[in-house]
Design a protein around this ligand. Structure first.
Ligand SMILES: Nc1ncnc2c1ncn2[C@@H]1O[C@H](COP(=O)(O)OP(=O)(O)OP(=O)(O)O)[C@@H](O)[C@H]1O
Ligand SMILES: [Mg+2]
Length: 291
């Protein structure tokens, strides 16, 4: 990682707990190989979580095949880079999409790293308070392991690695997991474009086996879900309609819904854990437990 990236990362770490009151769950969606469905899944998972009543921000940290603004059928004139350059305020770039759902248009490439200057990053985080009480921030990262992507992965609470059954994608997913294992102890996986859930499970089992044999760092690899291959997915992108908005929870939309529900439940469990771990009640429990 470059010095610039490390500098920015340190700043992000230092200020991470300040926005969102620490309760925003940051979920980074990534992959080894490109074109495996990161943007499709990010957009639809974010939409479903918002429909379930969570306050959700979705950030496009990658400009790939189908940008998030295309998927949501909005036009992002300015993005995060404009904020960092001081050419726009954060409020100006955030696009409200639906009730409880906001798009934060991002920028691909490592140009963002040029702005690792302390004052700029501080200003950015100050502005980000607009979105203070988000429950989720879903970050659609690019494929591969560039500096910016690593920075997002490190800042995230959950990292979701997406793959498809194609052998090259599986190899790249494994390579990606190996890199992530150096910075995270838990990695979630989604196998997209499967014939059926069984095929997805089998692919996951293989990756988990190879990981257990070859990765030394402690790593908890969990299958978050599988998503079937359905030509309706690319058709919906072409028609500029959001898959899960159109289909509800039928078929492939149901597969994605199940993934979003799991993330929602994880978040709620974590809140319960936090309540258990902290707060005045727990303090007395610990105190009394000593006698
Ligand atoms: N479950 C699915 N069934 C059928 N087609 C799918 C499925 N998921 C994604 N696709 C199609 O695969 C293509 C790539 O999807 P998408 O753009 O979401 O991938 P990506 O990982 O974000 O790509 P990039 O790395 O370029 O950003 C799109 O044409 C999309 O419609
Ligand atoms: Mg994409």
């Amino acid at each position: 990682m470059s010095t610039q990236a490390r500098g920015l990362e340190a700043l992000v770490d230092a200020r991470k707990g300040e926005y969102g009151g620490g309760s925003t769950r940051v979920v980074a969606v990534t992959s080894g190989k490109g074109g495996v469905g990161k943007s499709t899944l990010s957009a639809n998972i974010a939409y479903i979580l918002a429909r379930h009543g969570f306050r959700v921000g979705i950030m496009d940290a990658d400009i790939g095949l189908a940008n998030l603004d295309v998927m949501f059928n909005v036009r992002a004139e300015k993005n995060i880079l404009h904020v960092l350059k001081g050419e726009a305020s954060f409020e100006e770039i955030v696009l409200p999409l639906e009730e409880n759902l906001w798009l934060i248009p991002g920028e691909s490439g490592d140009e963002i790293l040029k702005f690792s200057d302390a004052t700029i990053v501080s200003r950015f985080f100050d502005e980000m308070e607009v979105l203070e009480n988000l429950d989720f921030l879903i970050v659609d990262t690019g494929a591969g392991i560039g500096d910016t992507i690593q920075m997002f992965l490190k800042a995230a609470d959950d990292v979701v690695v997406v793959t498809v059954p194609d052998p090259a994608a599986i190899t790249d997913a494994y390579a990606m997991i190996k890199v992530i294992s150096k910075i995270k102890e838990r990695v979630l996986m989604v196998v997209n474009q499967v014939k059926n859930a069984k095929e997805g499970q089998k692919i996951f089992d293989t990756i988990r086996k190879v990981a257990a044999e070859n990765i030394e760092a402690p790593l908890e690899l969990t299958l978050l879900g599988t998503v079937r291959n359905d030509s309706y997915v690319s058709r919906s992108v072409k028609q500029r309609v959001l898959l899960c908005k159109e289909l509800g929870n039928i078929g492939v939309a149901g597969d994605i819904e199940a993934i979003a529900v799991q993330l929602g439940e994880k978040k709620e469990r974590k809140m319960l854990d936090e309540e258990r771990e902290s707060g005045i009640g727990n303090f007395f429990k610990k105190l009394l437990g000593q006698f």
